[in-house]
Each structure stands twice: as C-alpha cells, then as structure tokens.
Design a protein around this ligand. Structure first.
Ligand code: NAD
Ligand code: TYD
Length: 353
C-alpha cells in the first residue's frame, strides 16, 4: 500500500475529479489533498460543498497551462503524489476548438510532469504521477472485440488525439527519466455532477424540460458505461496498490447502443415524473451525426480485476435510476450550471471574504 503525504489532484471540481477528491479526502484523513482547478465552464465548486471544510482539503484556482505557476505550487506544497484529471473532455467541443485541447491536455500534462521531475529530483521511490485517461485513445471498434492494455493507440477525434499524446508523454517520462507513473484508461462514465453537455445528463435535462432529445445519426453507436463512483474506486485502488509503469483499463462490461440507452432513460423518467408511458420517448429527435463519430468502445478490464480485485458495483439500470434521482433532487445544481450561476458561488466563497 502506497502511503503518500500530500497529493495534488487536478480537475477536482469537474465531474469525475469531484468524486475522486471526495473519496480521497474521506478515505485518507492523514494525507493532504490539494485540488487544483481552473474552474472552466465544466468546473464547479458546488460539487464539493460536503467536503470543502475538511482539514485535509485545500482548493487552489489555477491553470495547468501556466508552467511557472505549477512550478510554484510544487514548491509550496511539496507534493509526493499527483492524480491528474484536469482536461478539456468533450469530443464535440474538440471538433470546434482543437487547439484548446492540445494546450490543456498536452501542454498542461507536460507542465505537471516537468514540475514533478524538477521537485522530485530523481528521488522517485515514494512518489507517484497517476494519469487519468480514456478508452477513446484506442480508436473505434467494429461489431466485435474489446480494448485491452495492448491495443495500439488509434485516436480519431481531436479530444482523443490530445489524450493519447498526453499518455505518451507520461510513459516517456517513465522510460526516459524513470519517474514513477501509472495510467488508467476508462470507458464512458455517468452519474451525479455530470455536466449536461454529455449524452446522459443532457438527455435527463431535456426530458425534464420536455425539450427534444438529440440523438446523433441513427443512434447506432455503442458506448461502455461505468458509474462514476466505480471509476473513482478503481483510481483509488490503482493509485495505492497498482504497479508502477503500468496501464490499467477500467470499464463497465456494459455496452449500450445510444438509442437503446435513451429509450431506457425515457422509461425511467416517465415513471419518476409520473408521465404516461411513452411520453418522454416522443422527444427523441435524430439529428446530424457527429463528424468522425467513433462507432463502438468496449473495454476489457480483466487486468485490474485480476491484479487489484476491482469490480463494478452497480448494474446499469440501478446506476441510471440513481443518476436520474440525483438530477431530479438537484434542480438548483442543474439550473446553476446551465445559467452560469455557480461563478457567483465561487466569488462568494473565495474572492469576497
Ligand atoms: P470535466 O470536463 O467534467 O472536468 C474537467 C475539469 O478540469 C474541470 O473541473 C475543469 O475546470 C478542469 N480544467 C480544465 N482545463 C483546466 C486547466 N487548463 N487547468 C486546470 N483545470 C482545468 O471532465 P471529466 O469528465 O470529469 O473527466 C476528467 C478526466 O477523466 C479527463 O482527463 C478525461 O479525459 C478523463 N475521462 C473522462 C471520462 C468520461 O466519461 N467523462 C472517461 C474516461 C476518462
Ligand atoms: P458523449 O457523452 O459526448 O461521450 P463520448 O463522445 O466521449 O463517447 O456521447 C456519448 C454518445 O452519445 C456518443 O456516441 C455521441 C452520442 N451523443 C448523441 O447522440 N447526442 C448528444 O446530444 C450527445 C452529446 C452525444
């Protein structure tokens, strides 16, 4: 069991990052967690109100693209661990703004690696740089097969190209400088605090508001969905017990065609909102397909299951119902992220005191 003292978690105000921060802060009270986040449109401190006053938690607002700032931060806190999640994460935005993805996902990762290299100064034994990545680096599958840790990288969107590049830099620092690193590549996450630009929260939001639910192309694309807390549990396990220099694939063994997923979601929403069966499904609207739309992702996660005993805890129907319940109970969160209100929250919390 790795026992570190001060961990930098980047992107901790985002969807997955907030679940990772909460888990690490609660599970390791003797370890200091510093959450560094730029608070882009996707970052939201409301995700962390339940743990923000814990003594082992600190929030720092900042940009990983600013190398001098990252260097200062390492000097100030003497991190011995990094869990790197900060990224531009939405494929559709990467299609319209690819350079921003290269800056944050590639240059930002290199800045963190350089700061760790400088401050750890070759004494890597009790340090770890953990990089959170995606199954999208492996490209697109046909009808059969699964991505394993040995599958060649074949990214096809600007988002996946930037993540693939960042993964390569992380492994390059392992081979070239012997920095202790680890990477995990995970399938599509869903759950509470998911920004409503991604399929599931967007559909929940639109169904709730009785707005059209846009399905790209014919809805035939397949994704492998994992509940976000199961991903956070896998990161916790690999970070503390995994083997240095390794990659771990994490996935839900839970493949769904988009259109089937949306029908299931409509069924759940009809029940929760006391609507007649079939009401929400009428909102489904087929729209122009995404450019370069990857057909299918599916993960073989047998390595992390075998080596570390990780396994997903929820079946999809349960997880989806839990997710819908969370969104219906958190109107304010949804309204704030869709109206920009959370910026005011941040000012009140940190700038005006
Ligand atoms: P997200 O978009 O919800 O959150 C990203 C966070 O990073 C936000 O809080 C944002 O403010 C912060 N950030 C962005 N640019 C920054 C910068 N320049 N400096 C500092 N902070 C910055 O993303 P997510 O879905 O939580 O994904 C987190 C990580 O997990 C990403 O690295 C992503 O590639 C990876 N991942 C995501 C999924 C998924 O299904 N969402 C699946 C596998 C891997
Ligand atoms: P998304 O949640 O953006 O994740 P990713 O592209 O990283 O897998 O999209 C999941 C799937 O849903 C993907 O095949 C694209 C599709 N999709 C839609 O059909 N409609 C939408 O409005 C969105 C956002 C996605």
């Amino acid at each position: 069991m790795r026992n570190l003292k001060t961990i930098l978690i980047t992107g901790g105000a985002g969807f997955i990052g907030s679940h990772v921060v909460r888990r690490f802060v609660n599970n390791y009270p003797n370890c200091k967690m510093v959450n560094l986040d730029k608070l882009t449109y996707a970052g939201n401190l409301e995700n962390l109100t339940d743990i923000e006053k814990k003594p082992n938690y600190t929030f720092v607002k900042g940009d990983i693209v600013d190398g001098a700032f990252i260097d200062e931060l390492f000097k100030k806190y003497s991190f011995d661990g990094v869990v790197h999640l900060a990224a531009e994460s939405h494929v559709d935005r990467s299609i319209t703004h690819p350079t921003e993805f290269a800056m944050t996902n590639v240059i930002g990762t290199i800045n963190l690696l350089n700061a760790a290299k400088k401050h750890w100064a070759g004494n890597y034994d009790n340090c770890l740089f953990y990089h959170v990545s995606t199954d999208e680096v492996y490209g697109s599958l046909g009808a059969d097969g699964l991505f394993t840790e040995e599958t060649s990288y074949d990214p096809r969107s600007p988002y996946s190209a930037s993540k693939a590049s960042s993964d390569h830099f992380v492994m390059a620092y392992y081979h070239t400088y012997h920095m202790q690193v680890m990477i995990s590549n995970c399938s599509n996450n869903y759950g509470p605090n998911h920004f409503p630009e991604k399929l599931i929260p967007l559909a929940i939001h639109n169904i709730k508001e009785s707005k059209p639910v846009p399905v790209y192309g014919k809805g035939e694309n397949v994704r492998d969905w994992l509940y976000v807390e199961d991903h956070a549990a896998a990161i916790d396990l690999a970070f503390h017990k995994g083997r240095v220099g390794e990659t771990y694939n994490i996935g839900g063994h839970n493949e769904w065609k988009n259109i089937d997923l949306i029908y299931l979601l409509c069924e759940i929403m009809d029940k929760k909102l006391n609507r007649a069966t079939g009401t929400s499904a009428k909102l489904i609207t087929f729209v122009k397909d995404r450019a370069g739309h990857d057909l299918r992702y599916a993960i073989d996660s047998s390595k992390i299951q075998r080596e570390l005993g990780w396994t997903p805890s929820l079946v999809f129907e349960q997880g989806l119902e839990k997710t819908v319940d969370w969104y219906l109970a958190n109107d304010k969160w949804l309204n704030d992220v869709t109206s920009g209100e959370y910026q005011k929250y941040y000012k009140g919390q940190y700038e005006e005191r």
